[in-house]
Design a protein around this ligand. Structure first.
Ligand code: PEP
Ligand code: MN
Length: 363
């Protein structure tokens, strides 16, 4: 039987080559010369793959360069370019880091379910609530304590956080022995948090596309054990955009990046955001990075949090980050509406472990 696609004898066929698909069955010699010159500027060569009805052209070399692709896509006779090669050098599932494991507080993500829990916002005027919450989330089974020191608020007149809360966070960490996660929004926060001993820096949804901050974090954590909990921005479309934000951090040498779906643009009444824990299996097809889902900001109301959290584990999440408070009505920030009480958190953690074990035994 005659094959429909014939590969030029001199080309080592490589399924990861990006392909140029022209609008016509084949390119003219002038068009081939023009394209060859463009890819040549970027150190690549062009190889035709001759079919009976159509010829397509493989770019051989490292085709990640945006400018080269943009110039080729700008040619009137090109239909499209199928980019098969991953744009991520480090975060890709097939990269050299594929076996990298992120470890926090003795938990290896991917093996054991990681639970981070604590207040949305630490109230610097009432530190005892945070200390009590810290002990309570530990008792409930959390292995990492969350506490917001600096807060990104939609309203400029709302409480914005306080450096004093960093001392409260670290005091709670020392008393409980739990590592802590807190959000950083400015270069000054990064240094203060690292100097204080914060183990996980959170990049919030509003800053996940702030490439300058991502680079500053990457630079600051290089050579340390610090990890980064990178939330998904509401403005991220394709999943590659989310993973690329992680690549910005990893590019400086510390690949301890955790991807955190936290709900995307709301599309219906009821939930604060549109729950997006279902992207977990899709992320895992593309990247080795662990996924820790935030059900609290996803659904935005304590009564809906357990269902969303359990769904996330069923979808394959490696962990959860959950807002909890010993007395939600005395909380500030999101806590009055989103925080779970320690009793609800404890029940949820037990169920989450059960689902995680089921998944582990099935795989
Ligand atoms: C938070 O964790 O309290 C927070 C503000 O999260 P997000 O950036 O996901 O809105
Ligand atoms: Mn919050």
């Amino acid at each position: 039987m005659k094959s429909t696609v014939e590969i030029s004898a001199q080309i080592p066929f490589n399924s990861s080559l990006p392909m140029i698909l022209p609008k016509t069955p084949q390119l003219t010699s002038e068009q081939i010369a023009e394209i060859t010159a463009i890819v040549g500027e970027f150190g690549c060569t062009l190889q035709p793959i001759i079919g009976t009805v159509r010829t397509i052209y493989a770019i051989v070399g490292d085709e990640r360069d945006e400018l080269m692709i943009n110039r080729l896509e700008g040619l009137a006779y090109i239909d499209r370019i199928d980019r098969i090669q991953s744009p991520f050098k480090l975060m890709d599932r097939r990269s050299d880091l594929a076996n990298h494991r992120v470890k926090i507080g003795g938990v290896t993500l991917g093996r054991e379910l990681l639970i981070m829990a604590g207040q949305c916002t630490i109230d610097p005027k009432n530190p005892h609530y945070f200390i009590e919450t810290a002990h309570a989330v530990k008792e409930a089974g959390a292995q990492v304590l969350r506490g917001g020191v600096w807060k990104p608020r939609s309203n400029p007149y709302s409480f914005q956080g306080d450096n004093k809360s960093l001392d409260i966070l670290m005091d709670a960490s020392r008393r409980t022995g739990l590592p802590v996660v807190t959000e950083v929004m400015e270069p000054e926060h990064i240094q203060l948090a690292l100097d204080a001993g914060v183990t996980v820096l959170q990049v919030g949804a509003r800053n996940a596309l702030n490439y300058s901050l991502l680079r500053q974090i990457g630079r600051a954590i290089a050579g340390r054990d610090t990890a980064v909990l990178l939330k998904r921005s509401l403005h991220m479309g394709p999943l590659n955009e989310f993973i690329s934000a992680g690549e910005y951090i990893a590019a400086f040498g510390n690949p301890n990046v955790i991807l955190c779906p936290r709900g995307t643009t709301p599309t219906m009444d009821g939930y604060r955001n549109h729950p997006d824990e279902s992207i977990t299996p899709l992320l895992k097809e593309k990247t080795w990075a662990p996924v820790v889902v935030d059900p609290s900001h996803s659904v935005g109301k304590a009564i809906y949090v357990p269902a969303c959290a359990l769904a996330a584990v069923a979808y394959g999440a490696d962990g959860l980050v959950i807002e909890a408070h010993v007395s939600p009505s005395h909380g500030i920030g999101d806590d009055p509406k989103q925080a779970l009480t320690p009793a609800v958190l404890a029940g949820l953690i037990t169920q989450a472990h059960a689902i995680h074990s089921l998944r582990q035994s099935a795989s």
